[in-house]
Write a protein that binds this ligand. Sequence first.
Ligand code: ASP
Ligand code: MG
Length: 439
Amino acid sequence: MFLILKFGGTSVGSPQRIKDLVSLTVSDAPKIVVLSAMSGTTNALVAISQALYEKNTQSASAQIQQLKENYQKVVQELFSKKESVQKATQLLTHHFDYIQNFTLDVFTPNEEKAILAQGELLSTALFHYYLEEQGVASVLLPALNFMRIDEHEEPDLLFIEKNLKAELAQHPSTKLFITQGYICRNSFGEIDNLKRGGSDYTASLIGAAIQSPEIQIWTDIDGMHNNDPRVVEKTHSISELSFEEAAELAYFGAKILHPTCILPAQKRNVPVRLKNTLQPQAEGTIIANIPAQEGIKAVAAKDGITVLNIKSERMLLAYGFLRAVFEIFERYKTPIDMITTSEVAVSITIDNDKQLPDVLKELKEIAQVEVEKNQTIICVVGLLPKDKAGYGFRVLEALKNIPIRMVSYGGSTHNISVLIDGAYKKEALIALNKHVFHY
Ligand code: ASP
Ligand code: MG
């Protein structure tokens, strides 16, 4: 059975990093390797698309030319044989001519998606050619032939399973497949993607589709940490997490994993291991269907949160009010993160405030609304059973000097979430590190 190994943008971010991947991908175990675009490429393609939306053809062409030159340098450094350089140069010509063609026509989101797909197509083909130059046999598996989302933009796991298995069956003796993360087709068969950072999702979907023994997500840190290493001085990596704990952590800011990525793996019970490219021997973090050990395992923070305090006398002893509130969020496709209620008020946090003006307009027809931006959710994750005393106390005690806006616990026994003003985030994470993890 195939292991799934996913490498992100920085792991393929330079010719040297691409070369370093060979030792990680070549061994006897059969593998499917999922690659992101080289770091910076998707952002560059977004910028090119932006210029095209603005009909700024000159700027788009200049940016395309610049990106192509960057790739020409990569090709020169990566390959040593003349034939490989030639082949890779043809590859660049093909993809960059394709991108350049979009400067001639109307530009819509469909064209943008086709452009965004070029990054992963390039990185995988370059790696495949490099393996070939090194005498390592591999097969390039076109993600656009099997990765698919349905009309609700949800992955179509049955389609993926059927078509992926058919692709694999065409190469029965192959032990190493390379495929593109992030890109897919939609229900119309058009090129689409799994949203920014979606390569993790690809890996999880592939692992789930073929019931792989393990999905490995390779990054530049040694797994999930108990706290944010960019904010606090001392942290440790967590060796084991249950799927539920990992989902909470990924969603609430532990940037190492794409939040929805775990779901397919969890659904089919395929373990996910987070590994460090720079320290391949380290065990990393295993996320699996394991009985979680009681206790607090990690804290994470999610910034840029907006809180809405919604108050109405009509809520008192009435029913239907909350439904009316939630329907407004649903109409504007705005997900809610945290909720707390009292008899006359409800507080709701949102992360995506694109539709906020419309949401507010409608809310104000039924209630008084107060909005505050730049809030942070501090999420404390672990197994925190409802019949055990002390966890809430420990969290709140650690945060005793910080004004607390909202507290939420009970929806799941895997997290206690606290909303604070973003200005206190660092202080809060340091305090939790000290009082909960004793650093
Ligand atoms: N290349 C895509 C992005 O930058 C997908 C990924 O890296 O996971 O968002
Ligand atoms: Mg990326």
